[in-house]
Write a protein that binds this ligand. Sequence first.
Ligand code: NI
Length: 144
Amino acid sequence: MSTPEVEIVHREEFAAAHRLHNPALSDDENRRIYGICNNERGHGHNYVVDVVVRGPVDPRTGMVMNLVDLAGFVREEIVQPCDHKHLNHDVAFLEGRITTAENLAVAFWERVEPRIAEIGTCRLHRIRVYESRTNFVDYLGPRP
Ligand code: NI
């Protein structure tokens, strides 16, 4: 019997401010594209991030990877730098990116993926970022 592969998920939440604004566009264009999300002084969200790791269930431990380790990676790489910050101004790894949920998911992937890869037996499968209960994005990593 082959070893089954399972996806495990760790969820974290953080609160942050942001402003959707592309400095390469005019103020009028920014207002047209982003509407109220372009508000000059920003606005806030309670973000939810799901980090999904996929791999074989180790027959010795019964686990894909230790969820305590996964929680630690997500807190260090995502929550601590972003929680109670203004994402446009306070978070070095988001510098130069428009702070949409799409771009957050890609940036979070880049932060967390090397930590998972280091383990060697499993891989980052998906980053899901909820900006609200009804709006979320999924990133499955760069195309091979
Ligand atoms: Ni927003």
